[in-house]
Design a protein around this ligand. Structure first.
Ligand code: HDD
Length: 712
């Protein structure tokens, strides 16, 4: 059979890609070599033999047995049988995107790393976000830490910044990581719960491990239920080391600051989304990029002198501590933009292998014992997951710069190494490849010559002993609403713990040491008697840190916000048109929704095609709701349970809701009291202005008490 020519028709049948692929960079060009597009191509075996019949296996007789000889069927089924690889032992669920990092303020004074050295310099990146606990198919919106892993393809090699959306960690020493992960993962006897920490083994472990107090507080806060990946901060967590051209070293903490501000779901929304749209976060990232609403972050550094490692009242090597921004401000050095989705989830996102030990000259490690253990774990895990030591040859992991050494062979080797000497020194191949003199002049990686001395001991430094002061700092820095959410989260999670002594231990021996009132409020919800507890003193230079409250991290605009516009027959065409235009001009996404997915007629008698129905795009998937006026708006919505639930639920989740013209009466009908975000008006322009102002606030926190009575 000869090859079919490409035609418009068979391109369409092949589902040919209509997505925007215009944002390229050096890494994407490198990947181009490996991309495969079968449009217009013949179906073949893996050895290129064209296949005449892909419908029937080879048989001995029309109704007879299948023949072993059928190499086409055997190859196809064998490949299929081996399609799965082990999922990541943690962070299995995730999504990723390509983009670039651009230097805005060169950091030459701190590091000789070339990718940070020149204003305007761009480096391709691949970024994967993830949850920690759940398997690959679990829901995006569970209460969990989020991974924030960035691979920079620099001209001096790959640099991976493998961080989280929280600045601290559960444990101080990597030797405890398997214990922690066994405790938080689904329980071994019944593999429940999926994606959640609300179970006995997690709370058993953390209530016996006071060093976890600070991080657990973060995971009970709104940070653990982000509204979108683009709305998350990212942190390298550990103190890293930067080394400049003169060989001088500083300790640094890496920060990613989202341009979209830091915003979260509310708990009821997060739980409902886990069922109605388990892909909520990956869908949001994908759609934002396809729409050209590219997620963006600033990269910042907190820079500390090594001599000050103990002068903040805690140890800079302790990963359960953050450096308050009020003490050491964040110096912004660049920006990162994600502007292109992967072509193939498995090839790129699933096979991406991140490693804290992928560093370039100018970036080095501290002695944080958690970081030191990670330096072992990440290569080890890829050996199993990606099937051998050649995982850095996989297209997504390959550096952009050349890489040569005397490592050889092993499964799936891609390089065809020429020459006979795979050892060094050699005289047969001219001793190539050769060492490079150290950076900054030579460019070779050499470690910072940190002086070391001490006895060989298994101890935890006394400087790691204070587990509660920073938990107190975080608690005190929260707004009233954020504190209430923390109380609710502890109460919810601990109420799922079957063993009452574990609940009690967490409240009396951990929470009481963070804050007596926090402990009391949770104890009340659980019916625990708190008479005999004591609290710990607060050490440190600050009483609170406003930079820790999300309320202070709003973006000040409505870019990327999703707004549902509820259409009804006869809705005012001019109002819908202006609303859509104004929202889109401000960078928001307008979603036209109707009682069903069918087109309806607007006030001009023209057909209006909705983007979806009230049921297919429920209120939990949007940030705000606008009901335009129209002749039949009341008649249509007052008897539509789904529509009424839409408005009640949006109100309950503290979202801006605007009712225009004839729709105003719905407020009284549903018992929705006007406030800064529950807006009614006859005149479109002023109503829209108030709506946009409310949308900038994201949620109407003042409504929270009243919204509790709403049943949605
Ligand atoms: Fe880890 C994956 C972040 C401590 C061992 N980790 C992994 C990922 C992120 C983090 C974002 C997913 C990367 C991806 O998208 O592929 N891990 C952290 C942070 C930590 C941390 C911020 C503390 C500050 N991790 C940590 C310790 C150990 C590991 C202490 C082991 C001792 N982490 C792993 C791992 C994973 C991993 C088992 C699973 C899949 C992978 O590496 O590639 O090696």
């Amino acid at each position: 059979m000869s090859k079919q020519p490409k035609t418009a028709e068979n391109s369409q049948m092949a589902g040919s890609d209509t997505l925007d692929r215009s944002n390229s960079n050096a890494k994407l060009e490198q990947l181009e070599r490996f991309r495969e597009d079968a449009t217009g191509e013949a179906l073949t075996t893996n050895t290129g033999t064209r296949i005449a019949d892909n419908q029937n296996s080879l048989r001995g007789g029309e109704r007879g047995p299948t023949l072993m000889e059928d190499f086409i069927m055997r190859e196809k089924i064998t490949h299929f049988d081996h399609e799965r690889i082990p999922e990541r032992v943690v962070h299995a669920r995730g999504a990723a995107a390509h983009g670039y990092f651009e230097v805005t303020e060169p950091a030459n004074d701190l590091t000789c790393a070339a990718f940070l050295g020149e204003a305007g310099k761009r480096t391709p990146v691949f970024v994967r976000f993830s949850t920690v606990q759940g398997p690959r198919g679990s829901a995006d919106t569970v209460r969990d830490v989020r991974g924030f892993a960035v691979k920079f393809y620099t001209e001096e090699g790959n640099f991976d910044l493998v961080g989280n959306n929280m600045p601290v960690f559960f444990i101080q020493d990597a030797i405890k990581f398997p214990d922690f992960v066994h405790a938080v993962k689904p329980e071994p006897h019944n593999e429940i719960p999926t994606g959640a920490s609300a179970h006995d083994t997690f709370w058993d472990f953390v209530s016996l491990t006071p060093e976890s107090a600070h991080m657990v507080l973060w995971t009970m806060s709104d940070r653990a239920i982000p509204i979108a990946y683009r709305s998350m901060q990212g942190f390298g967590v550990h103190s890293f080391r930067l080394v400049n051209g003169e060989g001088q070293s500083k300790l640094v903490k890496f920060h990613w600051r989202p341009k979209a501000g830091v915003c979260s779901l509310v708990w009821d929304e997060a739980q409902k989304l886990a069922g109605k749209d388990p892909d909520f976060h990956r869908r949001g990232l994908w759609e934002d990029i396809e729409r050209g609403l590219y997620p963006e972050w600033e990269l910042g550094l907190q820079v500390m002198d090594e001599e000050d490692a103990l002068s903040f009242g805690f140890d800079l090597l302790d990963p359960t501590k953050l450096v308050p921004e009020e003490l050491v401000p964040v110096r912004v050095v660049g920006r990162m933009v994600l502007n292109r989705n992967p072509d193939n989830f498995f090839a790129e996102t699933e096979q991406a292998a991140f490693h804290v030990g992928h560093v370039v000259p100018g970036i080095d490690f501290s002695n944080d014992p958690l970081l030191q253990g990670r330096l072992f774990s990440y290569t080890d895990t890829q050996l199993l997951r990606l099937g051998g030591p050649n995982f850095n040859e996989i297209p997504i992991n390959r550096p952009l710069c050349p890489f040569h050494n005397n490592q050889r062979d092993a499964p799936h080797r891609q390089q065809i190494n020429r020459g006979r000497a795979s050892y060094e020194p050699n005289s047969i191949d001219g001793n190539w490849p050769r060492e490079t003199p150290p950076a900054p002049s030579g460019g070779g990686y050499s470690p910072y010559p940190e002086p070391l001395q001490g006895h060989k001991v298994r101890v935890r430094s006394a400087s790691f002993a204070d587990h509660f002061s920073q938990a107190k700092l975080f608690w005190r820095s929260m707004s009233e609403a954020e504190q209430q959410h923390i109380v609710d989260a502890y109460s919810f999670e601990l109420s799922k713990v079957e063993r009452l002594y574990i609940r009690e231990r967490q409240v009396k021996e951990i929470l009481a040491h963070i804050d007596p009132l926090l402990a009391l409020r949770v104890a009340e919800n659980l019916g625990i008697d708190l008479d005999s507890t004591s609290t710990s003193p607060m050490e440190g230079k600050l009483q609170d840190s406003p930079a820790l409250s999300q309320m202070n991290l709003l973006p000040g605009d409505i870019r990327g916000r999703r707004v549902a516009i509820l259409l009804t027959p006869g809705c005012k065409a001019d109002e819908v048109g202006s609303l859509k235009k104004m929202l889109e001009a401000a960078g928001a996404v307008a979603k036209l929704l109707a009682p069903s997915a069918a087109a309806l007629k607007d006030s001009d008698g023209q057909p209006m095609q909705p983007d979806g129905s009230f049921a297919s795009e429920p209120s939990i998937t949007v940030d705000a709701v606008f009901v335009p006026g129209g002749e039949y708006v009341l008649k249509t919505l007052q008897d539509d349970g789904v529509a009424k639930h839409y408005l009640l639920e949006a109100y309950k989740h503290l979202k801006p809701v605007a009712l225009s013209g004839d729709a105003v009466q719905l407020a009284a009908m549903l018992g929705l009291e006007e406030d800064d975000g529950m807006l009614c008006g006859d005149s479109f322009d002023p109503l829209y202005m108030r709506f946009e102002t409310a949308l900038k606030q994201h949620r109407i926190w003042a409504r929270e008490m009243r919204a509790k009575s709403i049943p949605a």
